[in-house]
Design a protein around this ligand. Structure first.
Ligand SMILES: [Zn+2]
Length: 222
């Protein structure tokens, strides 16, 4: 008999003979990257994308933004090479091929700015609301979800039998492909993301300090 699901408090049986988790915990782990990870939504990311955009506005003449775009172009060029190799019959791991196809698909459907902003915004969110991210794998998984969510290419529709309504579901990638895609994005844009997060935190701390000083000054008025 399958063992009991390893998720805390769950008494269901594991979904497979050698598996650790029941069906629902297994799919949660796949979808979100950690058992206790909630989806980072487009709404969660909105304010951070705004901060990234403002930072870009403030630094329009800095070479960094063009460099980030160039990094994206290089990533897509690499992906195209992999796709081409696959077409010629070169043997390769599934997740390798899938990651390359995903990147090419994204580049055809989404502006580079959108991808870069989304990835950088994830770093700001992680820095400012660390409780929302339950570990590195969860971070990569949520980042990939948000980037893939920029296009509805990945969405398939299905009809909910109970309600008769048409629903949209994103086609899921294998955990390995998610991790690989996430790592590629992290390697490409992570350093910039961390730098931006640090800048935002400094600005925020300065504003808070000014506010405190202002309140103290008000208190000093006689
Ligand atoms: Zn379970």
């Amino acid at each position: 008999m399958n063992r009991v699901c390893k998720a805390a408090g769950c008494t269901k049986r594991a979904a497979s003979r050698f598996g650790n988790y029941c069906h629902s915990h297994r799919s949660r782990l796949r979808r979100h990257g950690a058992l206790n990870q909630d989806a980072v939504t487009k709404a969660d990311l909105k304010i951070y994308r705004q901060l990234v955009r403002e930072r870009i506005e403030k630094n329009k003449d800095k070479a960094l933004w063009n460099k980030l775009k160039a990094v994206w172009v290089a990533l897509i060029n690499d992906a195209n090479v992999v796709v081409e190799r696959w077409r010629k019959g070169t043997p390769m791991a599934d997740y390798n091929r899938i990651t390359a196809f995903e990147l090419v698909k994204l580049s055809n459907a989404v502006e580079p700015e959108d991808v870069v902003q989304t990835v950088l915004a994830m770093y700001l969110l992680q820095d400012q609301e660390p409780k929302k991210i339950k570990g590195d794998k969860a971070f990569l998984t949520q980042m990939v979800r948000r980037v893939r969510g920029l296009t509805n290419l990945n969405a398939g529709t299905w009809t909910d039998n109970a309600t008769g309504r048409t629903k949209t579901a994103y086609r899921e990638l294998s955990p390995k492909a998610v991790e690989r895609l996430g790592m590629k994005l992290a390697i490409a844009f992570g350093p910039a993301g961390l730098t931006l997060a640090k800048l935002e935190r400094k600005d925020h701390e300065r504003k808070m300090r000014e506010l405190t000083e202002y309140h103290q000054a008000l208190g000093d008025i006689q």
